[in-house]
Structure formats: structure tokens, C-alpha cells
Design a protein around this ligand. Structure first.
Ligand SMILES: [Zn+2]
Length: 114
């Protein structure tokens, strides 16, 4: 089971019971406040924890989707690069497209295999 801080709620409830007991000078009221406070704080903390878990899960899902999209984009870019190399390259001097198998740029005349 996941770590929970809900049991701290029982400690808070007992403290509340002590406070009520000290203020009202009544052991009965202290016990009632202690029990009621323990239950209340326990479920309050539990509810907050669940809400946080839900938010964390949603955020993790959103981050995963982004990473997946990024991987997809990278794969497409890689494929593009492979296709470009197969079909030819671009001259590093003038940017002219050079078909595969040709080693001298038809535009600027420089050798691309340097
Ligand atoms: Zn060129």
C-alpha cells in the first residue's frame, strides 16, 4: 500500500480532544472531540492525498503524451534525413540540391566530398 499521512489525522484528532477537554473541563467532551476529530482529520487527509494522486497521474499522463509526440517527430525527422541522403544531398557551399552519385555541385562547381 502507498504511504499515507492519514494516520497523522488521528494524532491531530487526539490533540483536538485534549484541547476541548482542557477548555471545557469535561472528559466526555474531550473523548467525543478526540474520536470525531480523529475520524474527520483521517478522512480529510485521505481525501486530499487521493486528489493529489489523481493530479499527479494526470500530469504524468500529459508528460508521457508529450514525450511520445516528441519521439514520433524525431522518428519522422530521421526518416526524412534518410530519404534525403538516398535521393541526394545539398551543397554545403551554396545549398543547391545535388542528386545522388554526383560529387561536384552543378551550381557552384565545388566538390562535395571534402
Ligand atoms: Zn554548390
Amino acid at each position: 500500500m502507498k504511504k499515507t499521512y492519514a494516520y497523522n489525522g488521528i494524532v491531530l484528532g487526539i490533540l483536538a480532544g485534549f484541547c476541548v477537554g482542557a477548555l471545557t473541563d469535561s472528559i466526555a467532551l474531550a473523548i467525543i472531540a478526540g474520536v470525531a476529530g480523529s475520524v474527520l482529520f483521517f478522512f480529510l487527509i485521505r481525501t486530499i492525498e487521493k486528489a493529489i494522486d489523481k493530479g499527479v497521474d494526470a500530469a504524468a499522463g500529459a508528460i508521457k503524451n508529450r514525450i511520445d509526440a516528441s519521439h514520433q517527430k524525431k522518428a519522422a525527422e530521421k526518416q526524412n534525413a534518410a530519404m534525403t541522403a538516398e535521393q541526394g544531398t545539398f551543397c554545403v557551399y551554396c545549398g543547391e540540391k545535388i542528386p545522388a552519385g554526383i560529387e561536384i555541385c552543378p551550381k557552384c562547381g565545388k566538390s562535395i566530398n571534402e
